[in-house]
Design a protein around this ligand. Structure first.
Ligand code: ADP
Ligand code: 5GP
Length: 201
């Protein structure tokens, strides 16, 4: 059996990563979501252990010292981290895992896991990005302006990823990501076992 795909999705805040990941998870039963830990406060409707593990700063620091993270980073004044949670074991069982993480974290994971699939999600325009964050209604004026200021420099780091997808409509972006995953699963390097015809005629 082929190993599962480690799928990393990043993009500026408000691009629609969460929305697209929810759609992929609903459509693709073979894909699981890596639930990150964070020290930020939950947004209305967010549930501990579903969107994130919501930790205090002290708890987060204990997880760091106990080696529980594959990567962690400080983003907008809060800590975020990917729990190791036996990721390797899950990939070896053939499970695909999506990490929805920021660019710093993604570049750290890329060093450790070069055979992952690194996808950068772009908004159709900066204007639309602003509309989406405002429309989500989760940010204060300060945090909105901070996220927008960071967007341009974050987007430049997208050049280091393997794939770029513009989130114009949810359906288009999700379809393009599904196409990427199909192509990745068909790579020769991931399918060496299918070439075992050594017995011959
Ligand atoms: P992120 O996880 O990247 O911060 P979200 O998934 O929270 O972004 O999306 C930000 C806002 O934009 C949400 O209100 C979401 O409903 C909306 N949104 C996401 N994708 C689209 C899209 N393709 N078209 C219009 N609105 C979108
Ligand atoms: P939000 O607060 O909007 O949920 O997320 C803010 C940023 O943190 C997003 O760019 C998101 O991708 C990133 N993020 C979420 N989880 C992780 C994680 O585990 N590690 C890292 N490095 N970034 C994360």
């Amino acid at each position: 059996m082929s190993k599962g795909l480690l799928i990393v999705i990043s993009g500026a805040s408000g691009t629609g990563k969460g929305t697209i990941c929810k759609k992929l998870l609903a459509d693709l039963p073979e894909v699981a979501y890596s639930i990150s830990a964070t020290t930020r406060t939950p947004r209305p409707g967010e549930v501990d252990g579903r969107e994130y593990y919501f930790l205090s700063v002290d708890e987060f620091k204990s997880w760091i010292s106990e080696g529980k993270f594959l990567e962690y980073a400080e983003v907008y004044g809060n800590f975020y981290g990917t729990p190791l949670n036996k990721i390797e074991e899950r990939l070896n069982r053939g499970e695909d895992i999506i990490l929805e993480i920021d660019v710093q974290g993604a570049l750290n994971v890329k060093k450790k896991c070069p055979d992952g699939v690194y996808i950068f999600l772009l908004p159709p325009s900066l204007e639309e990005l602003k509309n989406r964050i405002e429309g989500r209604g989760t940010e204060t004026p300060e945090s909105l302006s901070r996220r927008l200021k960071n967007a341009v420099s974050e987007i430049k780091i997208g050049l280091e990823y393997d794939y770029v997808v513009v989130n114009d409509t949810i359906d288009n972006a999700a379809a393009q990501i599904k196409a990427i995953l199909t192509a990745e699963r068909l790579k020769v390097a991931r399918n060496a076992d299918k070439f075992e015809f050594e017995k011959g005629f």
